[in-house]
Design a protein. Structure first.
Length: 312
């Protein structure tokens, strides 16, 4: 068994872990709790797996991924869209938990995704705090939108909720700031990022929690990871418009807002935007290019441990 390359797919749901092994064809289910994960580890280890693949399931996979990584097993978490597209491409249209586990294992064997370092406990805490802050901002925006068209007899209730959410937002910001200040590396990276005009605490925190690869990839890789790299749409003699697609939407949304500020207050980004506009680029295309340039500069600053200067 140890002489073979074994690939394991795990389909994660709230209450169950469905496991498939190829090429042996073994399949089994475990309860998604502490005892079930312990039994799962005992089942997996004898296979000496080449790769263990799971889908990202909104946090349900966190416990099992942590346990697998703690035992030194080669585990990687994949975007569910990639698994579904792979299933369609290979003609697997049926969908059950056991079938999904088999598809995930086949994906691991065919694609062999790169194993990336998992987030530390501190990084997961920062990620959770930043996610909670984003949720509060979304609720606050929704309530403020409701207030404008709400009947008079419920406006007071909505206003009270807005006041409460604003207090929670203030606390969330304080918790994020404390978490960053506890880490010398995060504290230094935050200072480097915010030294650039147009970059504030919201973008720097989002980059620290949602884009830990910043500073470790080249400019093309980091742009593709965030989803601001132009993708070709050519076929034969046809030349389509280059568009951005995919990537990390949460990072891209915050990056866009910071770019709006940078176009006004950052001389380098402002000059770049004006040059593109004068060349006939529409606002959306010019802003996307500025987002990419802003991200590229930040990536270089973190990689080289350099604070902002006009020479970038």
């Amino acid at each position: 068994m140890s002489q073979k390359e074994n690939f394991i797919g795990i389909d994660v749901s709230k209450h169950q872990l469905d496991v498939a092994v190829i090429p042996s064809g073994d399949s089994i289910s475990f309860t998604n709790n502490e005892d079930g994960i312990s039994f799962l580890l005992g089942f997996i280890k004898p296979f000496s797996p080449t790769l263990i693949v799971l889908e990202a399931t909104g946090g349900l996979e966190t416990s099992v991924v942590g346990a697998l990584a703690a035992d030194g097993l080669p585990v990687v978490v994949i975007n569910p869209r990639q698994i579904r597209d792979f299933a369609k491409a290979t003609g697997r249209l049926a969908k059950t938990d056991s079938i999904d586990a088999q598809v995930i294992a086949c994906f691991g064997e065919a694609i062999r995704p790169e194993i990336r370092p998992l987030k530390t406990l501190e990084a997961r805490k920062l990620d959770a705090l930043n996610t909670r802050r984003r949720q509060i901002v979304e609720m606050l925006t929704a309530e403020k939108n409701r207030l404008g068209s709400a009947p008079q007899w419920i406006r007071k209730d909505i206003q009270n909720h807005i006041t409460w959410l604003e207090k929670r937002l203030k606390k969330a910001n304080g918790d994020l700031n404390k978490a960053i200040k506890k880490s010398p590396l995060w504290r230094e990276n935050e200072g480097i990022l915010q030294s650039m005009p147009g970059v504030g605490p919201v973008l720097s925190t989002s980059l620290l929690s949602d884009l830990p690869e910043l500073g470790t990839l080249n400019r093309k890789q980091i742009a593709a990871l965030v989803g601001v790299a132009p993708l070709n749409r050519d076929s034969g003699l046809f030349r389509g418009r280059r568009t951005i697609w995919g990537g990390r939407a949460n990072v891209r949304a915050v990056l866009y807002m910071s770019t709006l500020a940078a176009v006004r207050c950052n001389p380098k980004i402002k000059a770049f935007y004006n040059r593109l506009s004068n060349a006939g680029k529409v606002h959306k295309a010019a802003m996307t290019a500025c987002m990419r340039k802003l991200l590229t500069i930040l990536n270089a600053m973190i990689k080289n441990r350099m604070y902002w200067c006009a020479d970038f």
